[in-house]
Design a binder for this molecule. Sequence first.
Ligand code: C5P
Length: 226
Amino acid sequence: DEQVVVAIDGPSGSGKSSVSRAVATRLEVGYLDTGAMYRALTWWCLERGLDLSDQDAVAVASRELPLVMSHDPQAPAITVDGTAVDLAIRETRISEAVSAVATNLAVRADMKQRQRVLIGEIASATGGVVAEGRDITTVVAPDADVRILLTASEAARLARRSKELHGSDDDSSLERTREQVVARDAKDSTVSQFSVAADGVVTVDTSDLDFEQSVQAVLDVVRAGV
Ligand code: C5P
């Protein structure tokens, strides 16, 4: 049987993680959340009291990061040096700091290598992989069987993130979310381009789709592409 590698990129609030996990579950293949890797590195650096603007120190930490990722799409788990960090890496302090780590080019080079190795290992173990992030379709796995850019209008993305972060999409929650999310996407977009599809990358716009429709739209692209 052929192994299928599906690469999915997109901005925050596009539904990338939840849709990618559901797609991996339906395809019965493994899942890789590359954003969680940048978050785990950020957690580790803060844990050790590193100054995130010290590019060399952060690059060394990236190479030494004792990271273990489980690829089960229904229970993605991540440990750093044996400590489960699944919840800690979602804290606001990490979301606010992660772009400083992710814009370090030596870190990106290291993460690219780690992610390529993981994609190969997961695909061999489970028959395929859905890998998601910001630069998977373009840098990490440009030769993936299926490459998708998951997008949504800014209004749709803000409303989704606001419900996730603040449990509501009323005006004041939307405003707080805008400050958090728009600022992060702006910083991230200085090193990876994830708002316009690269050549050969299929755009799936989820603005007017609910969760199940988004999953089906991605599965349609996968079926057409392999
Ligand atoms: O996807 P998530 O929001 O968890 O990603 C967290 C951060 O990791 C992003 O804001 C970005 O700084 C970084 N990232 C990246 N390249 C990827 C995935 C995530 O730079 N492929």
